[in-house]
Design a protein around this ligand. Structure first.
Ligand code: MRU
Length: 352
């Protein structure tokens, strides 16, 4: 990524600066968030998006919330901080990284409850920036672990955006692609445009072109044909929540791509940090799927493309069953044939 996706500016009295991803690729502009309402809005409207990035946004949002709690009484502070995390958690339901980031911040506040409020606020800021720094390292480890899965001359298909914009700065699925290129391999990447919000068209190909990677944009409906033509040797996508048995929620359309990959004997890989695993959930059936506004389908980017009043169903994510996934690439290693047992042998009993 040419610029960090999201950053904290200044000390505890500071603010969040993030790239407004709704404007890309035509405008590269920053948005500044000074309170929890503005960061909630930025997450909800996808100005900042992608599971790890909203985990960081949530953590930094907690710092904004803490900054605006005016009390010296620790018990009152912790009570109000709870309202902050609950509020931020109501922005988007599917990506577990958001809840992971919020829980980690709350845990740190509780661990330091014997300190003065001012000091707890500073500790929270340190923790949020630590989460961001860790994410940078984790993405690079994911890239290293997965890079060998892309062979010389391959065609790689990806769906949605799991790049630098979806993380602190380097991506998960795209990290594998960036590292394979750094290792000197030559290959082509096909990016699904990703209806209805076009994260593939607007964000993924933008990032790939910046990184000088051979990128070709296709409509979602072309993936089967492109596979049949023999142009794809592997699929790599990101994830929003991975259940204990390996079932994986990711951007709507991912499940369909996994079925197409199976039909064409193409390995389907998921790249994700450990913070995307939700080991409290047994299978994908329990993953909450966000439903978004009908206008995203009927009136995308301000142009009406369906009759007024038509009924619309707009789930933002779907679940790919573990049986369709050849491997999950994490910072701790590659989990081949994901299952409860194989996940535990790489992650241990604890997700993070
Ligand atoms: O609705 P979005 O754009 O937040 O959806 C993002 C995805 O589905 C990504 O593939 C996923 O979060 C992984 S990002 C590394």
């Amino acid at each position: 990524m040419p610029l960090p996706t999201i950053e904290w500016e200044g000390d505890i009295t500071g603010r969040i600066r993030l790239i407004d991803q709704t404007l890309l690729p035509t405008e590269l502009k920053f948005v500044y968030c000074d309170d929890i309402k503005s960061i909630w809005h930025a997450i909800k409207t996808l100005m900042v998006r992608g599971a790890p990035a909203i985990g960081i946004a949530g953590a930094m949002g907690v710092v904004l919330g803490a900054k605006n709690i005016h009390t010296n009484d620790t018990t009152t502070f912790l009570k109000e901080l709870r309202h902050v995390t609950e509020y931020l958690g109501s922005s988007r339901p599917t990506a577990v990284n958001l809840f992971w980031g919020l829980a980690r911040m709350e845990r740190v506040a509780l661990e330091n409850k014997d300190k003065p409020v001012k000091e707890i606020k500073e500790i929270l800021l340190l923790e949020a920036t630590k989460i961001q720094e860790e994410d940078k390292a984790i993405c690079r480890q994911i890239g290293e672990h997965g890079a060998g899965l892309i062979k010389e001359g391959d065609g790689v298909l990806t769906h949605c955006n799991a790049g630098g914009l979806a993380t602190a700065d380097y991506g998960t699925a795209l990290a594998v692609i960036f590292k394979a290129k750094e290792h000197g391999r030559h290959f082509k990447v096909f990016a699904d445009e990703t209806r209805p919000l076009l994260q593939g068209a607007r964000l993924t190909v933008w990032e790939l072109m910046h990184a000088d990677i051979d990128a070709t944009l296709i409509c979602d409906s072309m993936a089967a044909h492109v596979m049949k033509l023999g142009k794809i040797q592997c699929v790599i996508v990101g994830a929003d929540r991975i259940a204990a048995n390996g079932d994986t929620a990711n951007k709507i359309g991912t499940y369909g791509v996994s079925i197409l990959a199976k039909e064409h004997n193409i390995p389907f890989y998921v790249a994700a940090p450990v913070s995307t695993f939700d080991l409290t959930i047994k299978s994908g059936e329990d993953i909450p799927i966000e439903e978004r506004s009908p206008e995203e389908v009927t009136c995308g980017f301000g142009k009406r493309t369906a009759p007024e009043g038509v009924k619309v169903f707009n789930p933002a994510f779907d679940v790919t069953p573990a049986k369709n996934i050849a491997a999950i690439i994490t910072e701790r290693g590659v989990i081949h044939k994901p299952s409860h047992k194989n996940i535990q042998s790489v992650l241990g009993n604890h997700g993070s």
